[in-house]
Design a protein around this ligand. Sequence first.
Ligand code: DLL
Length: 433
Amino acid sequence: MFWEKDIETMPRNQLEELQLERLKWVVDYADRNVEFYHKKFEAAGVTSEKIKSLADVKYLPFTTKADLRDNYPYGLCAAPKNKIVRTHASSGTTGKPTVGLYTRNDLENWANQVARLAVAVGVTSDDIIQIAFGYGLFTGALGLHYGLEKIGCDVIPASSGNTKRQLMLMEDLGVTGLVATPSYAMYMSEVAKETGAKLDALRIGLFGSEGCTPEMAHKIEKNFHLFATDNYGLTELNGPGVAGDCIEKTGMHFAEDHFLPEIINSDTLEVKDRGEEGELVVTTLTKEGMPMIRYRTKDITRLHYDACPCGRTHVRMEKVKGRSDDMMVIKGVNVFPSQIESVLVGMAEIGGHYQLIIRRDAKYRDTLEIKVELIDGSLLENFKALEDLQARINAKLREVLRLDVKVSLVQPKTLERFEGKAKRIVDLRDQVE
Ligand code: DLL
């Protein structure tokens, strides 16, 4: 099923022509309306005239989160202030937030992008969808809300928290779809098991806003008896709707008519070859409120340009491996939390909750302890079974990470639960041991 079939299945050469036309537009638009971009383009000696092909995007300067902070709140606003009809902000807890500014056209495009990814996984106007993202400055709730409403779904703006009440509503209203972070969905599914909530109508989970390995998604699918899908976005690029799964789940289709993605090497800043892993950089092609030129997302992924059986021609983005900020260097080995999650959560004895504790030893080396919850706490009393599980976890971690780390198995329900994005890394490095 398609929301905007002509665009979603547009032959690549046509799509790239459209992208080129829009790229020239946004460069010119940003140059004329945002002093920050004008100065940066001038310093780099580039104007829209220099953009003759999509590859010429490489001449444009990057934009970073620091640039957004320095120009907070309206420095990157490209539209007349009275044309801004919505302001969102990132969920960051320290310092000034990152704002997202939207014109009426931006809101219209955004709702279509979200509708597109929901329809791509089978959502229809018959669906009753509960949104368990926190409503507020966060883009997730309102982003999904307007996109799903556009399809004609019955949208329940439950917001996050009060889990038992959420489950009661889901049962009473015959909810067919759940929107949440994967970590909150995992938690909700456990509470549903405890309370015996009858969620017979539930069939689809539209999850996103944080990483979720296939192993974690599979666990949620099993607990909740639904089809779990992933979607990606960030406040700087509207919010959700940048990329989303189709039913084939072979990667999230990028809304390439609105966003131009690239993969770069974060150290050299060179553009990588197609299919290579690196940092995702995105240029908005239609945004009026706050266009982004080569925005460095810090998210590590790969793009696949080969055909998808669903018929969509838009590039597929692999599940995010992690943020470059979250990469840990343990005994000289680069480790992403997602690699650990895939090992742990893939094991039958392990639940969906874990914590990664980074410490710094007296020789200033970083060490990692993984705390992970068992599904059945009685295992802790069976020394042989426990030893066997520890050995299997360690062997698997060694195979995937080439690293020996301390693993502590803990009782069920002892680690913190999250209603929004999970915070699994506990960084104790400023407390040298
Ligand atoms: O999380 C937007 C969003 C809301 C996307 C709802 C999908 C669903 P921010 O709060 O600005 O925006 O956080 C953006 O979250 O750079 C990624 O690191 C991470 N992220 C978002 N979606 C995914 C995903 C929203 N599907 C930051 N997988 C991004 C992995 C994700 N990481």
